[in-house]
Design a protein around this ligand. Sequence first.
Ligand SMILES: [Zn+2]
Ligand SMILES: [Zn+2]
Length: 576
Amino acid sequence: EAREAIISDLEKQGYLVKREKIVHQVAVHDKCGTPIEFVPTLQWFIKVRQFKEDIIGAAMSMKWIPDYMLQRLIDWAESLDWDWVISRQRIWGTPIPFWYCEKCHYIIAPREEELPLDPTEREPPVKECPSCGSRRISPARDVCDCWVDSSITPLVITGWPNEREKFEKLYPVSIRPQGYEIIRTWAFYTIFRCLMLTGKPPFKEIVINGMVLGDDGRKMSKSYGNVVEPDEVVEKYGGDSLRQWVSTGALGKDVPFSWKEVKHGHKFLRKLWNIARFVKQNTSDYDGSEYDVSELKPIDRWILYHLDQLIESTTNDFERYEFPQIMRRIWSFTWNKLADDYLEIVKHRIYDPKSIEEKRKTQFVLLKVLRDLVKLVAPITPFIAEEIYQEIDGRKESVHIEEWPERIGSWLEEGAEVSVLIIRGIRRYKGEKGIPLNRKLKEVEIFVNDQRLLGEIRRNLEDIEGATRSEILIREGVPEIDVVVKELEPDISKIGPEFKEKTKDVIEQMRKIKSEIGEEKLYKSLLNSGIIELKLESGETVNVSERHLKIRIERRVGDKEIVEVGDPRVKVLVKP
Ligand SMILES: [Zn+2]
Ligand SMILES: [Zn+2]
């Protein structure tokens, strides 16, 4: 409009020399493409720049997690070119509670006890401008920027300014959790306002999270089609599954969304639920007896020791805001140690107890482990934790007001750890051979090449027998192992590229030497010297080693197979 008016004025007065189109860059609205024009108007400001050293000082007195995020706030404060524009031209918002003189822009404030107020609905407190005497006094018609409101959240939640006692007790608040994209706004203005109003920084620690990206690693955006609504995830897998995935992302870092991880979290919930159901069913007759760790069986101390470790690492990680490992450790403990090992090992004590005391002790441990585990997962999976807590404990109104679990003070015996390995090995062997887990094996013999370890393993014999449903012979020493060579063949894919035109000759000589001295002897000499020497037709001598061969051997002891358990001092022999 202005341009057209200027042109027509120039034209009328005969000053217009030339008209032509030029091409130049203009800013446009990114949603609709309309060119943007800057319109200079009067706005309301709060002075910030002169306080930047105070703001930086307050920020530095807080603990930032991750610590490098502090620098972003400092950089922002250092780079400020303007004060804080607090006025917005919106229909709705918090009123700016001032009047001003239209002539000289003198600002007229209400009395503190009149706040909050909307100046458009009130008479100004003065009839004429205290500065210039003008009678043209106007109310501020703009509303506040949203950060004006949100920058006093630490004050609002601690009862400022009227609830003095509560405020003294709770302020500064312990923690501010927020995203890194609003360090310049929410964090910055909160520190500024709270510092100005109270003289103290608003929080002790500030924890900065990253953004959730689409599963393709790009920013979630409608145009990329990679937006996942949290509601959709919650609908399908529940809030606890979503929260588990969120907890595995490092603070301050962007994390791509992953349906796979959410599903994994959901699987864990089902596992935990099944464990809880098992424990509940099998402790319905528990009489509440408590036991000292020393009265329990070594494998009970084993699971309690690992629970202690889990309590310690989870507590430390929560205290240091190192969330990503927390669920991973809990998953591993729950799935492997608790469900696959411990529950399977103690089933015989529950279903077929040697004594009522044995059963009671096992029930005591089962409940102890589950109750503590439920408290450990409660911050991340609050819903299932509450559900299980009410089923198996419920001493308080909610798991979320329970005491945080403490270590029971158990210890690790090597014999218990190795006994669990033995049981795991035998159960895995059955699984691989398609033998039902509850079927008795004809013979199981355990050789232990360490007298002390043997003694410790012996103390777990009932559990090993119970868990494998088999009778166990245990003895000291090393069994005489026969090596049966099932296959010892040249590997053409390795020999070909290396021996080129000699390949055929090499293979021929291998065949010859095998038929001359036999596979067993050939394998033994290979083990001793590391090579097999071959004399080729051409008279040349070449060496082949293990990597040129396809070797398949089986170790046996008489008619028994050897089950590997992962400890070189222990050999488990099995006859299915
Ligand atoms: Zn537009
Ligand atoms: Zn004035």
